[in-house]
Design a protein around this ligand. Structure first.
Ligand SMILES: [Zn+2]
Length: 62
């Protein structure tokens, strides 16, 4: 077993690599170091994946 506890997932936007701790929780947000996208960690079955995070409740109303 590796001691690092990190795994590399692919950014769905630019296909770059994003390091995610193995003990990350579903719903945690990470930023892609390549394109700056906000990515949400989730599990598809048992496979860890990243998807574009929803825009977080910024109030656009003026
Ligand atoms: Zn990216």
């Amino acid at each position: 077993m590796e001691a690092s506890g990190m795994r590399s997932l692919n950014c769905p936007v630019c296909d770059g690599k994003v390091d995610v701790p193995e003990d990350a929780l579903e719903g945690e947000l990470f930023e892609c170091g390549s394109c700056g996208a906000q990515l949400e960690y989730y599990l598809e079955g048992e496979r860890p994946k990243l998807k574009m995070a929803e825009e977080v409740a910024e109030d656009w109303g003026e």
